[in-house]
Design a protein around this ligand. Structure first.
Ligand SMILES: *Cc1c(COP(=O)(O)O)cnc(C)c1O
Length: 355
């Protein structure tokens, strides 16, 4: 069992802080007259009822989510998208102008973006070419050279490459790295591999991010979750904006949580379309390499990525051009669409005249 001293990890000034005292958290017991938050008692100009502040700690959503995930509510932090969770984690652990985070490109660009927005340093150790697995010795070397690295960001399945990161490598880093290891599982629902949330009890320096934006089909509601040791969750709650998840979002997420079977059906449909798309890509001479994926997108390599990207745009089909990402030269990333969208994409590919 790894034991990180989270009180030493968190920035000292946060240890001194109390969570913001939201009006509605100041009392206990039943109440029906709320004259504590200077709200408009009549209603909302827009119609609908938006006049009351939302639950700052999203108690109902966390209770339901805890049940679904087999966790305790105090292991759950909810953010305005997982982007907010990433930003807050950096802000509780990294001293601007001094500390750094480490991530392994090619990877989701939000870790770099959020670190830089907070004037936190970024250390990059490339993944292994082609397999896109971690270069563990290089990561270990880097964390030993720079004691100011506070957070290690891993993404599994990895965006944009699609592969899962080897379990054994993550275990090594959880044991060897004294800071927080964050595993971004935005695409977890698309794979059969077990989630790292099952192992939160073993490692108190493990944090796992998931989101409602992909498999649940709720990107617009903006809800991301960070699962971690209750002590770490407490620090996140301490500095978050009091009403970071609005009531409309909490209500639609509660409705969604009644139907995880619908999510599973979406996942099955997307995975079936993915298999189909993979087979089609493998038939095209244009495609030099198609990478295996555990997510709802496929990375593939062509001779003229920029030209193909433009060709697809001309046909009204937008994919992600990853040609300039490290180790991804010649690569485009296509999200798995519905049957009709995938057909349009494949037809546009077939029309491409190279050279
Ligand atoms: C899409 C995605 C997210 C989700 O971000 P939200 O802010 O929750 O929408 C997180 N991580 C990765 C790697 C992603 O691709």
């Amino acid at each position: 069992m790894s034991k990180t001293d989270l009180k030493k990890w968190v920035r000292p000034h946060i240890l001194q802080m109390k969570p913001y005292a939201a009006a509605r958290l100041e009392f206990e017991g039943p109440a029906s007259v709320f004259l504590d938050a200077n709200e408009n008692p009549y209603g909302s100009v827009s119609g609908g009822s938006y006049n009351r502040y939302p639950d700052p700690l999203q108690v109902a959503v966390k209770a339901k989510l805890a049940e679904l995930q087999g966790l305790c509510p105090d292991q759950i932090f909810l953010g305005n998208g997982s982007d907010e969770c990433i930003d807050l984690l950096i802000r509780i652990g990294c001293e601007p102008g001094k500390d750094s985070v480490l991530y392994c490109p090619p990877v989701f660009s939000m870790y770099e973006h959020a670190a830089k927005a907070s004037n936190v340093g970024v250390e990059e150790v490339l993944l292994e070419p082609e397999t896109f697995q971690l270069d563990v010795p290089a990561v270990l070397k880097r964390i030993r050279e720079n004691e100011n690295i506070r957070i290690l960001f891993l993404c599994s399945p990895n965006n944009p490459t699609g592969n899962l990161i080897r379990v054994q490598d993550i275990e090594t880093l959880l044991r060897e790295f004294p800071g927080i290891v964050l595993i971004d599982e935005a695409y977890q629902d698309f794979t059969d591999a077990p989630s790292w949330i099952k192992r939160l009890g073993e490692f108190n320096n493990l944090a796992v991010i998931q989101t409602f934006s992909k498999s649940w089909g709720m990107a617009n509601a903006r809800l991301g979750m960070l699962y971690a040791d209750p002590e770490l969750v407490h620090f996140l709650n301490t500095i978050k904006m009091p009403y970071n998840v609005n009531e409309h979002t909490q209500q639609v997420i509660l409705q969604a949580l009644e139907h995880p079977d619908k999510r599973d059906a979406f996942v099955r449909a997307m995975n079936a379309e993915r298999v189909n798309l993979e087979a089609e890509l493998d038939q095209l001479p244009l495609v030099i390499k198609r990478y295996p994926t555990d997510a709802n997108y496929i990375l593939f390599k062509v001779a003229e990525a920029d030209k193909l990207y433009e060709h697809l745009v001309q046909h009204g089909v937008i994919v992600r051009n990853r040609n300039k990402a490290p180790l991804c030269s010649g690569c485009l990333r296509v999200s798995v669409g519905n049957r009709e969208e995938n057909e349009k994409f494949l037809n546009a590919l077939k029309n491409f005249k190279p050279g």
